[in-house]
Structures are given as C-alpha cells and as structure tokens.
Design a protein around this ligand. Structure first.
Ligand SMILES: C[S@@+](CC[C@H](N)C(=O)[O-])C[C@H]1O[C@@H](n2cnc3c(N)ncnc32)[C@H](O)[C@@H]1O
Length: 382
C-alpha cells in the first residue's frame, strides 16, 4: 500500500502534468491552470507588442468543465469499466447501465483531456494517468475526490457572488456539526495529498534511527495520515490523534487499515479545548490553520508549544501564499475555498506563520521542501 500511495503525484507534479497536457492536446481551457513557471518558459515573440484579446477569458469561461467531466466518468464507473481492456461506448453502456449516447460524448471529452485513449476501431482505453489515479479500487486513488467531494464543493461555489456580497460562507466546516459531516467524507480522499509529505517528514526527522520512544501529537488528525506515516517509519513512534468526537471513528478505522492502530491513542474535542497532554517530540498540524483563521491559529500554535518537550519539532502543512498575496494561483484560489466553506479561514504566507511561531516561543522556523501544495513549515521548541 505504502509504495503505491507514496507514488501518488504531488500538486507540483499535477501542474507539470497539466502543462504537459496543454502542450500535447487542444485542451486550451486547461491553460488557466498552467504554472507561472511553464508560462515563463513559453517562447516569447520578441518584437511584436502583445495585443489584448478576450481569448483567455473565453478559456476561463469553460474551466468548470474538466472536474465535472472527470466526476461524471468516476460516478458512472467509466474508468473502472476499462480495467479489463479496451471497449466501445456501447459495451461500456451495457456494463454500467448509463446512456450509450451520453457515454460516447463524455468519453470523447475524456479523450480530449488525455484521460482516455481511442483507437481506430472506436474502442476506448485508459491512459497511464487515469489507470494510476482514477480507478476506484486503487490505493492512492483520486476517484473519491472527483466522484464525491468535487461536485459538493462546486455546488457551494455557485453561491460565491452572494457569499462575497454578504460576507457569510455557504457552510461553516470549521464548526463541529457541519465539519464532522464534511470531513468524514473528505479526509480519506485527501490521503494522496498528505501521505507523501508526511513520509518526507518522517525521513527528514530520521525517525528510523532513534532508540527511544518518539511521541507524536497529530492535531486535526482526520485520517491520521501524518501520524500513520511517522509510525510506519519507526516502531518506537506512539501517536496521540486529536479531532472532533464524530471524526475519531474514521481516524480509528484508517489507522487500523494501515496496521498501526495499536500505536495510536485518541483525544476527542475541539483543538482549542481538548487536553493534549505534554512531553511530545513532534506535533503535526496538517491542513488545519487555513480553516481556523488567524486568531485561533495563533492560539493553537501557543497551545502546541506548551505540549512539546524542549527540542520538540512542530510541522505545519498549508497552502502558502507569497508575502504580497499575488501568487501562487492555487493557494490564492484555495483562500476562496475557505471563504466559501468557513467563517474565518484564509491562506497565509510563510512569514505570517513564522511570526506566529516566534510569538509562541518557537525558534529555527524553516521550510522543508515536500510534495504537496507548498513546502512544510518546521520549527523547534528551544
Ligand atoms: C483538512 S482535514 C486534514 C486532515 C489531515 N490532518 C490531513 O492533513 O490530511 C482537517 C481536519 O481537522 C479537523 N478539524 C477541523 N477543525 C477542527 C477543530 N476546531 N477541532 C478539532 N478538529 C478540527 C477536521 O475534522 C478534519 O479531520
């Protein structure tokens, strides 16, 4: 399991893949997702003055289509139906019960997105990318995200104009009732995003070399994947996972699935109220500050500082923006995700979080390059 999920590609790689797709096929609307790096490497016309055209806006107007097309493919078992070989749209219709006419159109669009191939006989098959990441039964699959989570999130984004006018989110997943319902579905589906950086953290901290017990505090644990990856690195790791009471059965189920459940204990409650205990070597905060917002995040960092032992390390995974909040685009858009789904959420810069860590008493605030939307932030309790 470890190996396959570990190979799930990072967001950086996702953007490279999108660049690759954009360069090879006529999926022009995907170019809005292109990384700035890729844009800057495109050949520039030296002498011609750039004329403003509405082309980019026209591309943007269609940007909603790819995730919904992928979602319809996942939900109608299109990708799964190719696991045993190439098929026509009629054969897929027979197997899945979906409309043959609609499948033909959907599957052609998936060919346009380079997520299916079509041969001269009109038979469709998987590409390496869809075979690796869109089959529902594969470890590290993104099928759950596209099938369940993406449509749910997109339906909330349809309220964005009202949300901006009224300053109120569509839902408040930072509150326990709504949050438990949402995160129970989400956390397993974001394991492919969190597992590779958590493994990187375990390697960086050289956990396999230690001789003493290593106590890990996994805050806002969700799937427990940060604690799981560290526990997999050393049998001496013991994890305390903290999350809302309604989430803990999910955390227990997943830690057991990974075979490390017996090295976990669980603390139920809101992160600002729960009793963490003390004397931890490592504390992980995987994707929690952005839904909490600044005020609660600063309190959480101070509380985490108290729970660590001297020499203990805090590790934070976030969607970082630059100091000017002008890039990267995915983290700026993720802030809108927080606007739609939380009361005070936002995305923050490394220097903002660094100043909160310093305020809490941490030293040696640093970045650790890792797969995922941004580098990890590490700091040490002196
Ligand atoms: C985005 S998920 C991250 C899960 C995991 N740490 C990861 O990085 O994949 C956020 C988790 O924080 C939990 N959470 C959010 N707000 C919380 C709060 N105020 N108190 C306790 N848990 C909270 C949610 O239930 C969910 O499990």
């Amino acid at each position: 399991m470890n190996e396959v999920v570990g190979s799930a590609f990072s967001l950086g790689e996702l953007f490279d893949t999108v660049d690759w797709i954009c360069e090879r096929c006529d999926a022009r609307y995907l170019s809005i997702l292109r990384s700035k790096k890729a844009k800057s490497t495109m050949p520039k016309k030296a002498s011609k003055k750039k004329q403003v055209t509405p082309e980019r806006l026209m591309e943007l107007s269609f940007a909603y289509a790819p995730p919904l097309i992928i979602s319809a493919g996942v939900t109608n078992k299109v990708f799964d139906s190719f696991e045993d070989g190439a098929k026509t749209s009629e054969q897929v219709a027979k197997e899945t019960g979906a409309s043959a006419h609609a499948l033909r159109i959907l599957m052609n669009a998936l060919v346009g997105l380079d997520l299916l191939k079509k041969n001269r006989q009109g038979k469709y098959s998987l590409t390496p990318e869809s075979a690796a990441f869109l089959l529902s039964n594969k470890p590290g699959t993104h099928a759950g995200f596209f099938g369940t989570i993406a449509p749910q999130l997109i339906s909330r984004w349809l309220q964005l104009s009202d949300i901006v006018r009224e300053g109120r989110p569509a839902v408040a997943v930072n509150q326990e009732t709504e949050g438990t319902e949402f995160f129970s579905q989400l956390v397993e589906n974001i394991i492919p995003m969190s597992y590779p950086p958590a493994q990187k953290l375990g390697d960086h901290l050289k956990l396999s070399k230690g001789r003493n017990e290593i106590r890990v505090l996994d805050l806002a644990a969700g799937s427990g994947i940060w604690g799981i990856a560290l526990a997999e690195r050393s049998p001496r790791v013991r994890v305390t996972a903290v999350d809302w009471a309604g989430m803990i059965p999910t955390t227990k189920r997943i830690t057991q699935k990974f075979g490390v459940g017996d090295r976990f204990n669980y603390v139920e409650g809101d992160i600002l109220d729960a009793n963490f205990g003390s004397g931890y070597d490592i504390a992980t905060l995987g994707h929690i500050l952005h839904s909490e917002g600044e005020e609660r995040s600063r309190k959480l960092l101070k509380k985490t500082f108290r729970a660590l032992k001297p020499g203990g390390v805090i590790a934070i995974a976030e969607w970082l923006v630059n100091d000017e909040r002008t890039e990267p685009a995915h983290s700026l858009m993720f802030a809108v995700q927080m606007l739609v789904n939380t009361e005070r959420g936002d995305t923050f810069s490394f220097n903002e979080i660094k100043s909160w860590l310093a305020e809490a008493g941490f030293k040696k605030v640093r970045k650790l390059e890792a797969p995922g939307p941004s580098p990890l932030i590490l700091a040490t309790k002196p």
